[in-house]
Write a protein that binds this ligand. Structure first.
Ligand SMILES: [Zn+2]
Length: 192
């Protein structure tokens, strides 16, 4: 017997459509198997659910010193710096603002295509040169991320980005690489 992970369970809420009779029926079935203790008005999850929204993340509120801390709903500090302290120590306040903005835009893709892996995001000049990045790379500002879908066809994802991403799109998948380069620069498409 397999079980649904918390992440998959979250999909239920994300995709719930109150006008869909099957969704409503599923919700009632779920309510029927939830323990009484969890259905009380005083239950912890009810209190959490009703608590005012946390302040949206900004460059100032992100816990940059924690790898697991979020820079947006779905992306972490560790992903931004690839768990490399050398990179993290070289990020500026302006870089952080661009990182948080780009992360919010990547969240939209995450909701549509499922989990996204990140192979590179912010790069200081030394790291950028080492990995062969161009001198004016958007990665130097935190305004570019190389991503790939974990549960969606990468080429279709890349083609969707070509059409719809409002910024630069580097077609890595088409060139046989693992990732699509997305940045916050002018709209444009190029091949690796
Ligand atoms: Zn890139």
């Amino acid at each position: 017997m397999s079980t649904i992970t918390a992440d998959k369970f979250l999909d239920f809420f994300i995709h719930f459509d109150p006008n869909n009779p099957n969704h409503r029926r599923a919700a009632y079935m779920l309510a029927g198997v939830i323990p009484d203790a969890a259905m009380r008005d005083s239950a912890e999850w009810v209190k959490t659910y009703r608590t005012a929204n946390a302040q949206p993340l900004t460059a100032e509120t992100v816990q940059w010193s924690e790898w697991d801390a979020r820079v947006s709903e779905h992306f972490t500090v560790g992903e931004v710096f690839q768990f490399d302290d050398f990179r993290r120590q070289r990020v500026t306040a302006e870089n952080k603002r661009r990182i948080v903005k780009l992360a919010a835009r990547l969240d939209v893709l995450r909701k549509q295509f499922g989990p996204l892996g990140v192979t590179s995001w912010f790069r200081d000049p030394v790291t950028n040169a080492r990995v062969g990045g161009v001198d004016d790379s958007y990665h130097l500002t935190g305004g570019a991320a190389d991503v790939f879908p974990l549960q969606f066809n990468p080429l279709e994802f890349e083609q969707w980005c070509e059409q719809n991403w409002n910024g630069g799109v580097g077609r890595g998948i088409k060139a046989g690489r693992r990732f699509v380069h997305l940045d916050d620069g002018p709209k444009g498409v190029w091949d690796y």
